[in-house]
Design a protein around this ligand. Structure first.
Ligand SMILES: C[S@@+](CC[C@H](N)C(=O)[O-])C[C@H]1O[C@@H](n2cnc3c(N)ncnc32)[C@H](O)[C@@H]1O
Length: 460
């Protein structure tokens, strides 16, 4: 195939899904990535970007749907940037996600022949997210739009009145905030002009406890308008336990780490995780603390982590990148001593309380960067038999990998939410003397390209 030019329309057959959810077509060594396609599609696509060996295209028309294509159930696909894979059959997606984990290990980590198991499917394909961050922006006539960014646009928001990834209770909460904003005549924040008041609405939910916490992020402005949320939200949102007002006076579109105050109720909620059937662990989560976004799959994920850790009751367990301490608390009964390390001080406080309330007595929670805390407390802390790391998407820094290699736990469990950084880190641990025994992908994020994985490393 002659290399197409930018703007050309060409017909391609999609034969796979790439990381990020785009369909891949190949012709004479030239690779074309196209979003909104599905394996098996014969599609007309328009070239948007052309490089030497690959190009990026937009879908013009599906000429003949492939066996992997289904009709997206959500009316906001494809303009909403939230979901990327509603047009692909779930089993096809699950298989592609597993292969992506395996291929990254080979391509980035140089690790051939790793036992990457079949991916564990999610129990719910929709309505699974316990945290939703909605953006506010003005429509063409200045009217409020509350939803998600239009695909590929930083300055435009698609107004969403029912999100299929949110829970029914979460949708009710967003609509109640919308009604307040419309009745109060609250101006949505315009990112281009840096004008307006309402910037974001964050809805967090304890799916297994039925508790909801709403955070409204505004520009600096009249607090009394936000205070009036307390007059209407508690009656409109069953399960609401708190309303938080956070103020963002900066340019960047952040929702965490902002000065905030509690408008009504409290600034935390509870969620339960069931690792051992019939023995749920209840966790307290502050508004700013991280927690896995799919509550029902979290118990399953931690069961896989427990399987990888192989605890017998006598081990010192390090829970690194601990968040609210959930993994260490859930597995604490099987350990002699848990050491939890987490960057966000609020989450560390949560972790201490969660250990205490769940009867995990020998639990030490420390605030700070994993690399620094491990270096500075090397003598003071008991050495780990088992370490579980659960870093953010960026993975572990080289320094953090080196600290863990120095500590040399017998078993290392890696909980990854990004296959590429996991593959890079896996190579460092293998080069450092660990054997990668198996990798278990777990689908926590249906309809999106993301995939979680649990890996077991043992000291060779
Ligand atoms: C993917 S979350 C995992 C949280 C927890 N293990 C769970 O299952 O909910 C990653 C956590 O690492 C924390 N974090 C990010 N960078 C860190 C660092 N350099 N040192 C310590 N913690 C960090 C984040 O605040 C977040 O709570």
């Amino acid at each position: 195939m002659e290399r197409p030019k930018r703007g050309d329309e060409i017909d391609v057959t999609v034969d796979d899904l790439a990381f990020g959810g785009r369909g891949v077509s190949r012709a004479d060594g030239f690779v074309v990535f196209t979003p909104d396609t599905a394996p098996g599609d014969l599609a007309r696509v328009r070239m948007r970007k052309v490089r030497r060996r690959f190009g990026e295209a937009d879908l013009v028309e599906v000429l003949s749907p492939g066996p992997g294509r289904i009709t997206p159930p959500c009316a906001f696909v494809p303009e909403c940037g939230g979901c990327r894979l509603q047009q692909v059959d779930y089993d096809v997606v699950l298989d592609a996600k597993r292969r992506q984990v395996a291929e990254h290990l080979v391509r980035i980590g140089g690790l051939e022949g790793v036992d990457v198991r079949e991916a564990d499917p999610a129990v719910e394909h929709f309505g699974y997210r316990n945290k939703m961050e909605y953006s506010a922006a003005p429509g063409p006539d200045g009217e409020l739009r509350l939803g998600f960014h239009r695909r590929g646009r930083w300055d435009e928001v698609v107004d969403i009145d029912a999100c299929m990834l949110a829970t029914p209770a979460g949708n009710v909460a967003r609509e109640a905030v919308r009604a307040w904003a419309v009745d109060e005549g609250v101006a949505p924040y315009d990112q281009r002009e840096h004008r307006g008041f309402l910037r974001h609405v964050v809805v967090r939910e304890g799916v297994l406890t039925g508790q909801l916490l709403v955070t409204v992020v505004t520009a600096p402005g009249p607090d009394e308008v936000v205070d009036r949320l307390a007059d209407r939200l508690p009656a409109a949102v069953p399960g609401l336990v708190g309303i938080v007002h956070a103020v963002n006076d900066g340019m960047s579109e952040v929702t965490a780490g902002l000065p905030s105050r509690t408008v009504w109720g409290r600034d935390w909620f509870e969620e339960a995780v069931e690792v051992e059937p019939g023995r749920p662990v209840t966790l307290r989560l502050s508004a700013g603390s991280f927690f896995q976004t799919n509550s029902r799959m979290t118990g399953h994920l931690y069961r896989r982590a427990a399987e990888a850790a192989g605890l017998t009751g006598g081990e010192v367990l390090y829970d690194l990148f601990a968040g609210v301490g959930s993994i260490g608390v859930a597995l604490g009964a099987l350990s002699k001593h848990v050491v939890a390390i987490e960057l966000v001080p609020e989450a560390v406080e949560d972790a201490r309380g969660n250990a205490e309330r769940n009867g995990i007595a020998n639990h030490t929670a420390m605030a700070g960067d994993v690399r620094v805390v491990l270096r500075e407390n090397r003598e003071a802390l008991p050495p780990p038999d088992v370490a579980i790391v659960d870093p953010p998407r960026a993975g572990l820094s080289g320094g953090a990998c080196r600290r863990i290699l120095e500590l040399s736990p017998r078993t290392l469990v890696y909980v990854s939410c990004q296959p590429a950084t996991f593959a890079d880190n896996a190579k460092r641990f293998v080069d450092g003397g660990y054997r990668l025994e198996w990798v278990q992908p777990v689908d926590m994020f249906p309809q999106t390209p993301h995939i979680e994985a649990v890996a077991r490393f043992t000291r060779a």
